[in-house]
Design a protein around this ligand. Structure first.
Ligand code: TEU
Ligand code: CA
Length: 560
């Protein structure tokens, strides 16, 4: 393993700073709060912390709308707090990865404020401005957050592009001045000592040449840009240029958030010869079935079958092996909680068992695992029942557009879908203990705490040797100590391809074989696998081994 691939057996922990720990009791998590919990993260054993954006921001999209790339948002702390955090992370032998959001800025960023001054402002060309067409927007693109992707500016009689909220204007990457400014900013953080970047929607930075209309179905108000804007014509040029100007000069880890990529795309972005990124976040396993009513987008009753999930995860394992590198994740700040989505939170026993089963599924695969805050204690979806509980603009906009403006779905049904898929499910405060507000803050939190916090919290997990927390701790330790997990060959157990209930795969190198057996259901099942007599159970979510009998959500790994 080449030294510059130091991240290959690392485990990343994602922190959503606003929801992790509030230190000054204003209801918002902050940098000092993170510092106060570093011992906990060290106990878990993770190597790298990734922070969602902590820069100055009007918080229209919780920090993904940045108004100053070189300043810390005062609601989270100061630059001195940041320096203290970075030093404390390094002192514990961990590393810190920042979120890099350079597809767009906030409309309050000084570049955009200047650009709005008029057509001949030197910053005008930092953004994407176009004349209207017959009194309409320049094309039919819709925003990821509902509504059109263009906003009209009456003062200059032009429109600007925003693939996300109108307060998030897209940067013009064809302008070399934009690229230089971004690389300088990245080097500034790297010189400060940050260890890498998670790059927000980095495969959207190059737009289709000429910004043509996209395909639009009869019941869609705007074209769905997800289908045709990602992976634009110059994206690989830009990333190679960024790599040359930034990454190649530092020892860093990079992961690109790249919605809509296939394994073939990922191999270009994350080639191990490292001309671009170290790895990408792909979304295929998050979107395994499609909405029978495409106009409703992600809002429906998704029930991925094991056959689809296995085929997809196996495809990524096999196709990237030896040429590129996978990221492994179930959760992030945009996804519902995995135990509620692919697992089973209907009883306490099933919650714990299924959370461990899902962790086993990914943590024995090849790639870099990402653990999202609270996943290691099996935090569930938020259980919100009223629209007023939802804070996230994506959820609120979707409700207004689909229920009120278009009447495509009724209110109660939409609330059910929000309960399943809203990003707020991931953003409720971290559940530390059973005191008021789950030990997150003495003040009413900015987002409601999930009602089950008296049962599901860190204090309970640390007090129980069979908790999900200690299971994750063991999985992390295995990755650090067993080369077969990092480098071994992945294979499905022959005959497992069509099994609708059990997933069984192996990892193998010249010394060791691991056989991973996962019951994806709440049923007891019989499955016989050939296991040599000298095999031992490395880890299991049950206290004993019943051979070919698999109990509900049973996960076990044989080593031989
Ligand atoms: O998300 C990018 C993205 O593709 C989202 O549209 C994602 O599909 C959606 O949130 C799922 O519901 C990134 C960030 O992770 C997200 O938090 C930001 O809101 C977005 O970019 C804009 O910066
Ligand atoms: Ca605070």
């Amino acid at each position: 393993m080449k030294n510059n691939h130091w991240w290959k057996n690392a485990v990343v922990y994602q922190i959503y700073p606003k929801s992790f720990q509030d230190s000054n009791n204003d209801g918002i998590g902050d940098l000092q709060g993170i510092i106060s919990r570093l011992d906990y993260l060290q106990k878990l054993g993770v190597d790298i912390l990734w922070l969602n954006p902590i820069y100055e921001s009007p918080q229209v999209d919780n920090g993904y709308d940045i108004s100053d790339y070189r300043a810390i948002n005062p609601i989270l702390g100061t630059m001195a707090d940041f320096d203290q955090l970075l030093a404390a992370v390094h002192q514990r032998g961990m590393k810190l990865v920042m979120d890099l959001v350079v597809n767009h800025t906030s409309d309050q960023h000084r570049w955009f404020v200047a650009a709005k001054q008029g057509r001949d402002n030197p910053y005008r060309d930092f953004y994407i401005w176009r004349d209207g067409k017959d009194g309409h927007a320049p094309n039919n693109w819709g925003s990821y957050f509902s509504g059109p992707a263009w906003k009209y500016d009456p003062a200059s009689d032009q429109y600007y592009l925003h693939l996300f909220a109108p307060e998030q204007p897209d940067l013009n990457w064809t302008n070399p001045k934009v690229r230089t400014a971004v690389y300088q900013m990245m080097n500034w953080w790297a010189d400060k000592g940050v260890d890498g970047f998670r790059m927000d929607v980095i495969n959207l930075i190059s737009k289709p040449a000429g910004l043509p209309d996209g395909p639009q179905s009869a019941d869609e108000k705007y074209a769905t840009v997800e289908g045709f804007v990602p992976n634009g014509p110059r994206v690989h040029d830009y990333l190679r240029e960024m790599n040359k100007n930034v990454m190649s000069k530092h020892r860093m880890i990079t992961v690109g958030e790249t919605p809509g990529v296939t394994p073939a795309d990922a191999k270009r972005y994350a080639d191990l010869h490292n001309q671009e990124l170290n790895m990408v976040f792909q979304f295929e396993h998050m979107n395994l079935d499609t909405n029978p009513n495409p106009a409703l987008g992600k809002w429906y009753d998704q029930k991925p079958r094991l056959t689809d999930l296995r085929a997809n995860l196996s495809k990524w394992q096999t196709e990237l092996a030896g040429t590129a590198w996978n990221s492994l994740y179930w959760n992030n700040h945009d996804q519902p909680r995995v135990v509620s989505r692919f697992g089973d939170d209907s009883t306490e026993d099933y919650r714990v068992k299924s959370a461990k089963m899902l962790a086993t599924m990914t943590h024995f695969m090849q790639g870099t695992p990402y653990i999202y805050e609270g996943e290691e204690i099996g935090m569930t979806n938020a259980g919100f029942t009223k629209l007023s509980d939802y804070v996230d603009l994506e959820s609120r906009n979707a409700y207004h557009q689909l229920v009120e403006d278009q009447g495509l779905v009724d209110g109660p049904t939409m609330l059910k879908y929000l309960g399943m898929h809203s990003r707020d499910n991931a953003r409720t405060p971290m559940q530390w203990d059973d005191s008021t507000n789950a030990g997150f803050s003495h003040h009413q939190p900015w987002e409601k705490v999930t009602a089950n916090y008296r049962r599901i919290n860190v204090a309970n997990a640390l007090a129980d040797p069979n908790s999900i927390f200690y299971y994750y701790q063991r999985l992390i330790k295995f990755r650090h100590t067993m080369p077969v997990i990092t480098d071994g060959t992945y294979a499905l157990v022959p005959g497992n391809e069509d099994d609708q209930e059990v997933f069984a795969y192996t990892r193998h190198d010249q010394d060791t074989t691991l056989l991973v057996i996962l019951n994806y259901t709440d049923q007891a099942l019989e499955r016989h696998y050939d296991v040599p007599g000298n095999a031992k159970v490395l880890i299991s979510n049950y206290s004993d081994d019943q051979g070919s009998t698999l109990r509900p959500y049973e996960a076990k790994v044989y080593q031989y």
